[in-house]
Design a protein around this ligand. Sequence first.
Ligand SMILES: [Cu+2]
Length: 122
Amino acid sequence: MNKIILSFVLVVVVVAGIFYMTKKSGPSHQTPTPTLTPTPTPITVVIKGFAFNQSLITIRKGDTVVWTNKDSVSHTVTGDGGLSSPLLGQNEIYSFTFNTVGTFNYHCPPHPSMTGTITVSP
Ligand SMILES: [Cu+2]
């Protein structure tokens, strides 16, 4: 009878010991290493005061340009390489990703003085 109790205690001690050890050396709460995925920042062109600001910009192939109309008057971004925004109301945006190297002129058809140029470098 004493042997049974003794072996029972032994089992409890061993189990408790294993539990303690696995708890201690088990998977630690590692903070996952942040993966450095470069997020290309979109280039912003603000449409304000009947002008594209900035009107002359140089970007890299694959960059995205985002136009934001801050005027109460509607404007468009219309031009080379498929640039064709709808009529942008106040605070509306138009984005375009340039995947071709070259020079892209654009304008706003209702307002001929509004012009801009995007130069896309490799
Ligand atoms: Cu306009």
